[in-house]
Design a protein around this ligand. Structure first.
Ligand code: FES
Length: 179
């Protein structure tokens, strides 16, 4: 756990990074999106916390409500800490027809992830394991329907997935990290 001094030092470091990003991005097209992306990428668990959003709003002179709207609109932004690895399963029609629900259920079972009563049936979900090793999420369509069912593992698209291939890919992710 961080002490107050440790927390202050961490905040100062984070603020210095944000200042540097703002200076680099200012005046460019899509500056706000770029700033948010850079800050999220720099955060250990790849998410945007409220403190950082408030700081960005203050330093860029952008209304905080606008920043929250942008973050809520774009699926690439996370408001919760993410796992070390992200696995996204397509739940579009083509992938659903070819068994993506089974892939999703298998991983949820393997990872011990339970959704609440509403989330259990939801086609749009994001779940992170307790140890923050994996975030499992669904997407509406990757635009790669010919490869259905499609799964994205740490930003790498894998097509024609089945349970065995997915288990191998997940194992490889873990081993890759160790090596
Ligand atoms: S429906 Fe899965 S990639 Fe389009």
């Amino acid at each position: 756990m961080l002490t107050t001094t440790g927390r202050a030092a961490q905040d100062a470091g984070e603020h210095a990074f944000i200042d540097e990003v703002i200076a680099r991005r200012a005046g460019r097209p899509g500056a706000l999106l770029g700033i948010l992306e850079d800050v999220q990428e720099h955060t250990p668990h790849k998410y945007l916390c409220s403190d950082d959003l408030r700081y960005i709003a203050a330093r860029t002179g952008t209304p905080l409500s606008q920043i929250f709207s942008v973050v809520a609109f774009y699926a690439l932004f996370n408001r919760e800490p993410q796992g070390e690895h992200t696995i996204a399963i397509c739940r579009g029609t083509a992938c659903h027809t070819r068994g993506s629900r089974n892939l999703l259920e298998k991983l949820r079972l393997d990872f011990g992830l339970t959704a609440d009563a509403d989330g259990a049936q939801a086609d749009k979900l994001t779940l992170t394991t307790r140890d923050r090793k994996f975030t499992l999420r669904t997407v509406a369509c990757f635009g790669q329907c010919a490869l259905a069912p499609v799964v994205e593992l740490d930003h790498r698209i894998c097509g024609h997935m089945n349970e065995q291939a997915l288990a191998r890919e997940v194992k490889a992710l873990v081993e890759e990290k160790r090596s």
